[in-house]
Ligand binder design. Structure first.
Ligand code: CUA
Length: 196
């Protein structure tokens, strides 16, 4: 059987005080060990959150940027003719998409592999989720907020862009096509498009 001296060996004074409740509460040493493991895991999780938030600069999608979902067609950024893939003057690639029942618009996009691509998404109606299987591209698209994700696709290929938040009867059919092309093909096609 266990006695008090065992407890002194396995627990700090504070933890022992917490557990030494009045009366004769008995906690099995194995149980105590698992309590410590549980607290240790919580510590690891908190450390991981602090590391990604403070050192890696990871924040919730969109940094709480807001947008009027009912007036996307009138907005600067999400009007119909502004949507799609754009190469910015510094060579970075930005994709502007509207998620609406039931698709991501435009329905087909073409982006380069091997370089960061920034997605900016807004919902025109209800909550949607965007996910490109086999990649780390994924976020919720909450009405009223702009979701921003920057990621790099290592491999060229054709990918579906799926909705992964239930948004209505057509949810299962809410997907669009993403074509990821190699750097060579990307540069060849952008040179052609700009006539250089
Ligand atoms: Cu959009 Cu499910």
């Amino acid at each position: 059987m266990q006695n008090d001296s065992d407890q002194k060996h396995t627990l700090s004074d504070d933890a022992r005080d917490l557990m030494a409740l009045p009366g004769e509460l008995h906690i099995d040493p194995l149980e105590k060990r698992w309590i410590l493991v549980a607290f240790g895991l919580i510590g690891v999780f908190i450390a991981a959150i602090l590391y990604t938030a403070l050192i890696k600069g990871v924040s919730p999608p969109g940094d709480m940027e807001t947008v009027d979902s009912a007036r996307l067609h009138l907005s600067e950024e999400f009007a119909e003719d502004k949507l799609g893939v754009a190469t910015l003057p510094d060579g970075s690639v930005r994709v502007t998409l509207v998620a609406a029942r039931y698709g991501f618009y435009p329905r087909e996009i073409r982006i380069p592999a091997g370089q960061p691509v920034t997605f900016r998404l807004a919902s025109a109606d209800v909550l949607h989720g965007v996910h490109i299987p086999m990649t780390n591209m994924g976020t919720m698209v909450v009405p009223g907020y702009v979701s921003t994700v920057t990621t790099t696709f290592p491999k060229p290929g054709e990918y579906p862009m799926l909705c992964n938040e239930y948004c209505g009867m057509g949810h299962d059919h809410m997907w669009s096509k993403v074509t990821v092309v190699s750097q060579e093909r990307w540069h060849a096609s952008t040179a052609q498009a700009t006539g250089r």
